[in-house]
Design a protein around this ligand. Structure first.
Ligand SMILES: Cc1ncc(COP(=O)(O)O)c(C=O)c1O
Length: 426
């Protein structure tokens, strides 16, 4: 426990101290609840630092296509959410710079009171047009969009039904709403139906990720939609990892499965993955968006994303629309990468997207893989409990449209070498 050691050293032994001619025993200040709590919360981090296995929050000094510079070394990036390779795109960068010049680097505050801007209105339109809904509203992040939406819409006498692997923001929103939470086994339609049948007359909101961020598999959306319709439940889908990824033109899960417009009541997503900016959105009917703009606490009590971010996001939607070959390139890259890794014997779960987990025999193996890959010039990241079950620690890798065939083959070679040494494959 690094903190307790530091504290004891800093305080030194108890010493008598002369004050006003009297001797007092100067005792160490009583440790507060906070000291204990911080010890507990940082214990694992401290242990990893001491063991030399800590490999998170690496500091990127430069970014160039599929490559990043860390500690002066160029590494091939296999841990980026920038699925379409749009970071640094000249049109997006130019739009952001122009916005900073005309509207400044910050918003005036809460849009409801301090006003919105033409750039924010244009972004809401761009999102709605791209995903095929009537309207959209932008929040400070995708996390906030999920929390705010569920907390605003669900009430204590309703039920929110979630897939076990849904994003943390969905579960947090549910807790904040006070609604009863029901969780079903991952992608298990029979389990979802059992939940829908057990709501005891209460209204239900089903919330699912379109693409699951840790496993890289896709929700069986046509069946989920059919179940929601049969039981009269509303459906909210998080498109954080499907926007720009699924569907021939990157429109997301509805395009992927050719679902009719309106079959998904609420679509949420982020502006920080395929779209290289910051913020989150909720898209749906005019009534939904108006309701959120006047009831979602994160919209009423929090400032808008800055104009340069709004402009960058709008420009990114235009680029995705005008350069659909990026979506196709991403799909082909994912296929090439997964096929090569499966042929080598890696366990990739049911990944069918650019998110490709490599299951490791132990947490130690996941950390060892990360260090070996970094030594060979590849940036990957381990994901362990509690982010994923204790039984399936993994390297979570991602390919993007920025990778060329040679770079994918290089990554596979490095992973194969490390995988043999660390016991992932024979
Ligand atoms: C499925 C999912 N939803 C929401 C979010 C939150 O998005 P943001 O980073 O914009 O807060 C993430 C972030 O990784 C995510 O994976």
């Amino acid at each position: 426990m690094l903190r307790s050691v530091d504290l004891a050293t800093a305080l030194g032994p108890k010493q008598p101290m002369a004050t006003n001619g009297r001797q007092h025993l100067c005792s160490a200040p009583k440790r507060s609840f906070l000291d204990e709590r911080l010890d507990l919360l940082t214990a694992r981090y401290g242990d990893a630092v001491a063991a030399g296995t800590y490999c998170y929050q690496r500091v990127i000094e430069h970014q160039d296509g599929a490559w990043v510079t860390v500690g002066g070394r160029r590494l091939l990036m296999l841990a980026s959410y920038g699925y379409l390779g749009l970071l640094g795109h000249p049109k997006i960068a130019a739009a952001s710079q122009e916005a900073a010049a005309t509207l400044g680097t910050g918003s005036h505050g809460v849009p409801l009171l301090a006003g919105t801007t033409t750039l924010h209105v244009e972004l809401e339109r761009a999102i709605a047009d791209f995903v095929g809904t009537d309207a959209a509203v932008v929040f400070g992040s995708g996390y906030v969009a999920n929390v705010a939406t569920i907390a605003a819409l669900a009430t204590t006498d309703q039920v929110v039904i979630c897939d076990r692997l849904d994003h943390a923001s969905i579960l947090d929103g549910c807790r904040l709403s006070g609604a009863k939470l029901m969780v079903y086994q991952h992608n298990d339609l029979a389990a979802l139906e059992r939940c829908l049948a057990q709501t005891e007359g209460r209204d239900a909101l089903v919330v699912v990720d379109a693409v699951f961020s840790m496993d890289g598999d896709v929700a069986p959306m046509p069946e989920v939609v059919a179940l929601c319709q049969r039981y009269g439940a509303a459906l909210m889908v998080d498109e954080a990892h499907s926007l720009g990824v699924l569907g021939a033109t990157g429109r997301g899960i509805a395009e992927h499965f050719d679902l009719d417009a309106g079959t998904i009541d609420i679509r949420t997503g982020t502006l920080s993955k395929s779209v290289p900016s910051a913020g989150g959105y909720v898209a749906g009917s005019h009534a939904l968006v108006d309701a959120l703009k006047h009831n979602a606490r994160a919209f009423i009590f929090s400032a808008a994303v800055p104009p340069p971010q709004a402009a960058a996001a709008s420009a990114a939607f235009a680029v995705v629309r005008d350069e659909p070959e990026r979506v196709e390139r991403l799909r082909r890259n994912g296929e090439r990468y997964r096929t090569a890794l499966r042929r080598l014997g890696f366990d990739l779960l049911a990944s069918a997207t650019p998110i490709v987990p490599l299951i490791c025999p132990s947490e130690e193996a996941a950390f060892a893989m990360t260090h070996r890959c970094a030594a060979d010039g590849v940036f990957v990241v381990p994901v362990v409990h509690p982010a994923v079950p204790r039984t399936s620690p993994r390297l979570r890798t991602m390919v993007t449209a920025a990778h060329g065939d040679d770079e994918i083959d290089l990554a596979v070679d490095v992973l194969a070498r490390a995988g043999r040494r660390c016991g992932l494959i024979v």
